[in-house]
Design a protein around this ligand. Structure first.
Ligand code: HEM
Length: 85
């Protein structure tokens, strides 16, 4: 491995894209990933998105530290926060 930051975009499409294509939510259509909706739902930034992966609500699988390291989770969260506005 060449080191450096994990690729948040690639990790998002692999782990999240099935239920959140384009930042939408195919299971719970109101719970999208755009910043305005996240803020409305109390998710205030990348940290809150990581928290959601570790402790999701009904219908979303939990992403444990075994599945996604803290660094990988953080890269996904930053990608989500910066991409879906
Ligand atoms: C909700 C992120 C994977 C289904 C959410 C929310 C975030 C998020 C930030 C809250 C949205 C809001 O309140 O507006 C992610 C990330 C994923 C991922 C970063 C990958 C690591 C998945 C997958 C599924 C899924 C694979 C379906 C199998 C849901 C559902 C909700 C939700 C049903 C609504 C329940 C809740 O608020 O926890 N997701 N998600 N997610 N996601 Fe995901």
């Amino acid at each position: 491995c060449g080191g450096g930051k994990p690729d948040g975009k690639a990790l998002f499409s692999r782990n999240c894209g099935f239920c959140h294509p384009g930042g939408r939510n195919v299971i719970h259509p109101k719970k999208t990933l755009d910043r305005e909706t996240l803020l409305k739902n109390g998710i205030q930034g990348p940290e809150g998105i990581v928290e959601k992966m570790r402790n999701p609500g009904p219908g979303m699988p939990r992403f444990s530290e075994k599945r996604l390291s803290d660094e990988e989770a953080r890269a996904i969260a930053e990608y989500v926060w910066e991409t879906f506005k």
